[in-house]
Each structure stands twice: as structure tokens, then as C-alpha cells.
Write a protein that binds this ligand. Structure first.
Ligand code: PBG
Length: 330
């Protein structure tokens, strides 16, 4: 896009006062832009600190309901559930993933039963349930695509049955969006939305998350045979095109801040509802520097989220969500 020159050479005129700055501000950040990822664990009234993510904790289902209520009261439109599954339930075939009474599905039902006005988003991938820690089923050391997609479809239907509003396939198998959409249509879940982790890169920024869901101990090797090479922009755009064509309602870029060029490219190319995930490692970096007094954590938090919006995000998954909402609500 070419632009003519702005009609001034004295830009400081419109920066002079808060009122003038408010008048010329091009981007707004609101609580409506936030999705809050939370970690669910077993037990009652149970809270467990996540060491690599200061300020983040796993909560038992009863406390997840309280968290959902708190989020709804703050005006946050969606909460996203990630289960911390006991090692004894992890198997090679990941059967716990589609157990109607697994931790994640119990949490969805509990939030629904409490009548809380918040959208519930889920994660579709096998890693919390996999003895190998991978997002897909492993056969002879290879992550098998089509058999994994069959398992993901069962997982998706169990989540839809439990009352999820937004399904979030984060596994990066080929063909999963089409298969999940077809199953939802066939089984009477036409209204369930899919937010595809379409441009999900093989990133070292996910490290603290794998601790939070207890997958780091189990994981053998890396995820480079299914997640996108951080070097590949065209491939990522092609994945977004494919997932939209297969029936995704919304698409995501992940990680966030180091990949904002992808957010802008996706928004400009497709115009679809576009989200980014400010992932665990991004959160941990900000918190660690703030804890040392090296940066002002709250200011960096708000500035980073404004940057997501400026890049074209319709919303952001962020562990900061309640803190941002409180800051914005004043
Ligand atoms: C699981 C999944 C991951 C994240 C979200 N869903 C980890 C991974 O792909 O290894 C990462 C989230 C974060 O780092 O905050 N497939």
C-alpha cells in the first residue's frame, strides 16, 4: 500500500496532551479481545503453582468454575481449558483423551452447569494423554497422521457433547479440521465453532506450558515433523488457507510476539477472525524480567497486547487476561 505524506511535519502537535493522544489513537485494546488459558488438575479446592510461570496455577474443577465466574465478571469473553493429566492415565493410544469424564470434559460441564456466561474453549491434541508426550499417536517411532485424526475426532465429539463452544485443534495433523467439522455436522453439533491453531510453529517458547500440563517429562524428541518450521512464512499461509477451506471459523498464529508478521499476513490475506497465542515462554520472559525489577511488568504486558492488536489480531490468548482486564477496567 502506498500512502501520501501526513499533512504535517510536526507530529508532536497531536502528541501534546492525553486528549489529543486519545483522539488520534489508531488501535484499541479491550477486555473483549481476551481469551484466558487455564490449567485444570484433580482434587477439590486444590491449587498448584506452575514453577516456570510465576502467578499461574493449576486449579481443581471447583476452582476452575470460580475462575470462570471471575473472568465473566471482568467481561472476559472466553476461557480455554488445559488439563494436567495424572501420569497413570497416559497410554500409547491416548484413550483418556475421549473419556466423557476426563478432567477437561468435567470442567466444561461444571462451568456449563453453573450457568456462567462465558465461552468455553478446549484444546484438541493428544499430548496430555500420551505416554510419549507427543500430540499424535506414535507407531515405531513415527507420529501417524490418519490414525491420530480418528482419535482427535473422538476427542472433539466428547468435548462438544460436554458443552464446549470453541474447539481448538492444536495438534497440527493434516486433515483434522475437515474430519472434525464433518463429524460435528453428522452428530448434531452444527453450532460448535472451531478455532484452528493453523499457523502453529515448532517453537522453544512452549517450554513452560509443557511443565504446566506435565508433558515435558514424557516428551521424547521434538515436534518438528508436525509443527511448522519457524523459517516458513508461505507454508504457514498455506496451512491457514487449508484450515479455512476445511471449515475452521477462526484461525490462530502461535507463538505470538515473535510471529506478529504472520498475524498481519494472515489478517490481510484472509480477513477471517484471527487470533494469536501469547505463549507460556513469552509470559515467563516478561514475568522473570519484571520480578528482577528490570522492566515494569504491567506496562510491558499492556504494550505487548496492544502490539498484537496493531498487528491485526481480533483477540489474544494470554495468561495475563484477568490482570489486563483489571487494568483496563481501572
Ligand atoms: C498442545 C499445546 C501446546 C501449547 C498449546 N497447546 C504445546 C505444544 O504444542 O507443545 C502451548 C501453549 C503455551 O506454550 O503457552 N498441543
Amino acid at each position: 500500500m502506498t500512502r501520501g505524506p501526513f499533512p504535517t511535519t510536526r507530529f508532536r502537535r497531536t502528541r501534546a496532551t492525553p486528549s489529543l493522544r486519545n483522539l488520534v489513537r489508531e488501535t484499541e485494546l479491550s477486555v473483549n479481545d481476551l481469551i484466558w488459558p487455564v490449567f485444570v488438575c484433580d482434587g477439590t479446592n486444590e491449587r498448584q503453582k506452575v514453577v516456570s510461570m510465576p502467578g499461574v496455577e493449576r486449579r481443581s474443577v471447583d476452582l476452575i468454575v470460580e475462575a470462570a465466574r471471575e473472568a465473566a465478571d471482568l467481561g472476559i469473553p472466553a476461557i480455554c481449558l488445559f488439563p494436567y493429566t495424572d501420569a497413570s492415565l497416559k497410554t500409547e493410544l491416548c484413550e483418556e483423551a475421549w473419556n466423557p469424564d476426563n478432567l477437561s470434559n468435567r470442567a466444561i460441564r461444571a462451568i456449563r452447569d453453573a450457568g456462567i456466561a462465558i465461552a468455553v474453549m478446549t484444546d484438541i491434541a493428544l499430548d496430555p494423554y500420551n505416554a510419549n508426550g507427543h500430540d499424535g499417536i506414535v507407531r515405531d517411532g513415527v507420529i501417524v497422521n490418519d490414525e491420530t485424526v480418528e482419535a482427535l475426532v473422538k476427542m472433539a465429539l466428547a468435548q462438544a457433547e460436554a458443552g464446549a463452544d470453541i474447539l481448538g485443534p492444536s495438534d497440527m495433523m493434516d486433515g483434522r479440521i475437515g474430519a472434525i467439522r464433518a463429524a460435528l455436522e453428522a452428530e448434531g453439533h452444527q453450532g460448535v465453532t472451531i478455532m484452528s491453531y493453523a499457523a502453529k510453529f515448532a517453537s522453544a517458547f512452549y517450554g513452560p506450558f509443557r511443565d504446566a500440563v506435565g508433558a515435558s517429562g514424557a516428551l521424547k524428541g521434538d515436534k518438528k515433523t508436525y509443527q511448522i518450521d519457524p523459517a516458513n512464512r508461505n507454508e504457514a499461509l498455506a496451512c491457514v488457507a487449508r484450515d479455512l477451506a476445511e471449515g475452521a471459523d477462526m484461525v490462530m498464529v502461535k507463538p505470538g510476539l515473535p510471529y506478529l508478521d504472520m498475524v498481519r499476513a494472515v489478517k490481510d490475506a484472509f480477513g477471517a477472525p484471527t487470533y494469536a497465542y501469547q505463549v507460556s515462554g513469552e509470559y515467563a520472559m516478561i514475568e522473570a524480567a519484571a520480578a528482577n525489577g528490570w522492566i515494569d511488568g504491567d506496562k510491558v504486558m499492556l504494550e505487548s497486547l496492544m502490539a498484537f492488536r496493531r498487528a491485526g489480531c481480533d483477540g489474544v490468548l494470554t495468561y495475563f487476561a484477568p490482570r489486563v482486564a483489571k487494568a483496563l477496567n481501572g
